[in-house]
Design a protein. Sequence first.
Length: 518
Amino acid sequence: MMRRRQFLGLAAALPVITTFGGWSLFNHAVSAPRFDNALFLPGADGPFAVLAPNAPFTLVAEQGWLPAPGREETPFLWYRTQMNGHEYQNPILLLRTGDELDVTLDNQLDEGTIIHWHGLHVPGRVDGHPMQTVDPGEQYEYRFKVTNRGGTYWYHTHAHHRTARQAHQGLASFLLVSDDDNEALNEALGLELGKTDLPLVLQDKRFDRLGHLVYQPNPMQRMMGYLGDAVLVNMTPAATHEVERRIHRLRLLNGSTARIYRLALRAEGQAIPFRVIGTDAGLLDSPREAHEAFLSPGERLEVLVDFAAFAGGDRVELHSLEFDPMAGGGMGGGMGRMMGGGMHDGDPLALLEFVVQEGEAVTAEVPERLSRIEPIDVTDAGQRDIRLDMAPMQWRINGETYDPDRVPIEVDANTREVWTIRNADRSMPHPMHIHGFSFQVLSRSGGPDFVRQQAVNDEGLAVTDLGWKDTVLLWPGETVRIALDFTHHYAGDQLYVFHCHNLEHEDNDMMVNVRVRA
């Protein structure tokens, strides 16, 4: 595993690595990539190391520094903490259902910030609402019990009107929750976190020639989304990773501000099936085989890949396949080109190479039952219509943009609702995220052909729609129905937000308050 010095050295190499055997870091459309950089995996401390907190701790939001060619340092934002004699930057937090999280945010930036615990069911006061943004030098205390089922969650900045830039500059990491079902699965398959159970964050970023992260969207990019010209997996460009001949669990997180990935595995140009075992909020009830899956900003997807079926020296590549993000609506594919940069959303991308090691294959039987998911009973549920549309240079929810003093959506605690979310024909994809609660996707209709072809049931659901969700992608002209259960045991009214997780859209006020009344 890489240590902190190796991680920083890899990051330093980013701006000067322009081609990899014919594959340009700044233009991924070439079909024959070379993967030259060892995938970064965390050690016992340092960047993205796994931290299982056993006491209260403080996350210091601060400017860090990475070395870069010709410069002594490159600005980078991270969360830093210390525990048990180790120092961490952007630690992967490892918790178990029922644990108490006791953490203080110490804002040492020169601007306001706040932490959102993406996907966790928590009281509004500790959710990371943008109006909770704290000024430089201030602190914010989080004290709550982790009530979620096991799954792959994450935490990131939710600073008002600064989320996209701060996330692009580094303020985000995983939060993994374990429970009996997750532990039983890993035991059955012999999986080990960091070795055969791999958290993988996909991010696109921009760097200048001096190695500085660049976040400077023009007005059109603020409207459509800011795309990087380098796609990284665990902060590694053109990543390669050696794997044993056995099943591996991949925990995929789309940590980009705007880019959507159409994920697929390839070996010698042939499609390789994988088994989807989990989505945003934990394991599915049973595995589902798939050949590709869309992953939009904020979404997570857990898959099993069986490398025992390959011989030593074989190579399996993770790609994002080409697609038209404007398909299905009235804006047309040309609008997507306005997002600018060396790569467009929907361009084919080579993300990560797995190199199968020599050795005897280790076989294991994947359990047919992973967990138990009870469908939300919507017999007496309230009905709510949500419309996504566009005004000049402005995306809206039910004709509204964010006003901190308005609460357009109010629901009663301990009730259930069905939201019918309609994306306008003249629109673009919107990954819609609700704070504080998970939901179940009931149906999907009206999307582009390549989405309908991925449907796994008569209701049009994609494999990424299954199980419990907190973020759902809507294509132009598409209608998605979701069921929400607002049951909780918190005292008093709770205030959350519902917004697009294209972070440029969020910062441009495609967001509304949601109050859950006691």
